[in-house]
Design a protein around this ligand. Structure first.
Ligand code: ATP
Ligand code: BTN
Length: 263
């Protein structure tokens, strides 16, 4: 049996329970792949798939998301937005704000945001990846649907990864149970996604900036595999574009094909 009980989760969601339709699986390939298939078959906005185990968890650009059932929370949420996909450029940043606020509401400290889709844990000036966000869009005549995939480490993965990883147990005194945790994240998402729908990323920019991991720090940029010159990271503008100050100008990056690293 899956470790999430949708009835118990609904009770934790209180008055928001009606906004979400949660399916808890023991196992699937990827909660986002499964939700994309269900969205194609007409699943309603607010559908959530949470799985204990993913056989093929995905990150950006075909990268792998690795997770062990006991040590992570992996779920995807379907949300519908009016207008075209163009309006959604800052969505992964907005979702980062929701994840950070959801964790903070439970007493977690040190969640920081890295453009465009990572939640890092800051400990004594060092940063390690706590959660990843994967946004996938599908547009139709009614607007745009987003499948929002979130992978959160409850404990740091034991497998070797190219960059440091952290667990929520390092950010909080006592790990909350899964139902409390998922309810807190969905509650924060409902609020943030509504504000994003009404005002775009501009409505959340100051909350993102306040948690920005590398504000004013030297960074390197890798665009389509090619290393760009170094610069100082200035954060995100009101469209969610990354701003980097170089010796000659301030560069603006909107594309998700850019990877950001500490210099
Ligand atoms: P970018 O800056 O381009 O986003 P990234 O390394 O953060 O680079 P993503 O595609 O955002 O890349 O995230 C996927 C990466 O996350 C994988 O390449 C892997 O290194 C790392 N990863 C996979 N599983 C975990 C995990 N459970 N915790 C932390 N990091 C992980
Ligand atoms: C990243 O850091 O690149 C994003 C990682 C997103 C991982 C989550 S886990 C739940 C959902 N299902 C997936 O296959 N990916 C996302």
């Amino acid at each position: 049996m899956a470790s999430i009980d949708p009835v118990l989760l609904k009770s934790r969601l209180g008055e928001l329970a009606g906004r979400f339709d949660v399916d808890a699986l023991d196992e699937c390939d990827s909660t986002s792949s499964e939700l994309l298939r269900r969205a194609e078959r007409g699943a309603p906005a607010g559908t959530v798939i949470v799985a204990d185990r993913q056989r093929a968890g995905r990150g950006r650009r075909g990268r792998q998301w690795l997770s062990a059932p006991e040590d992570s929370l992996t779920f995807s949420l379907l949300w519908r937005f009016s207008g075209s996909a163009m309006r959604l450029s800052g969505l992964s940043l907005a979702v980062g704000v929701a994840v950070a606020k959801g964790l903070e509401s439970l007493g977690a400290h040190g969640a920081r945001l890295k453009w465009p889709n990572d939640v890092l844990l800051e400990q004594e000036g060092e940063f390690a990846k706590l959660a990843g966000i994967l946004i996938e869009l599908a547009s139709d005549r009614r607007g745009t649907q987003a499948v929002i995939g979130i992978g959160l480490n409850l404990r740091a993965p034991t497998v070797e990864l190219p960059q440091p990883a952290a667990g929520l147990d390092e950010a909080i005194r006592v790990l909350p149970d899964r139902h409390t945790l998922l309810a807190a994240l969905l509650t924060a998402l409902a609020d943030v996604l509504q504000r994003f729908e009404e005002g775009g990323f501009a409505a959340l920019q100051s909350e993102w900036q306040a948690r920005h991991a590398w504000q004013g720090l030297p960074v390197r940029l890798i665009e389509d595999g090619v290393e760009e010159g170094p610069g100082i990271c200035l954060g995100a503008d009101s469209d969610g574009a990354l701003l980097v100050e170089t010796p000659v100008c301030i560069k603006r990056f909107l594309s998700g094909d850019v990877s950001l690293r500490r210099a």
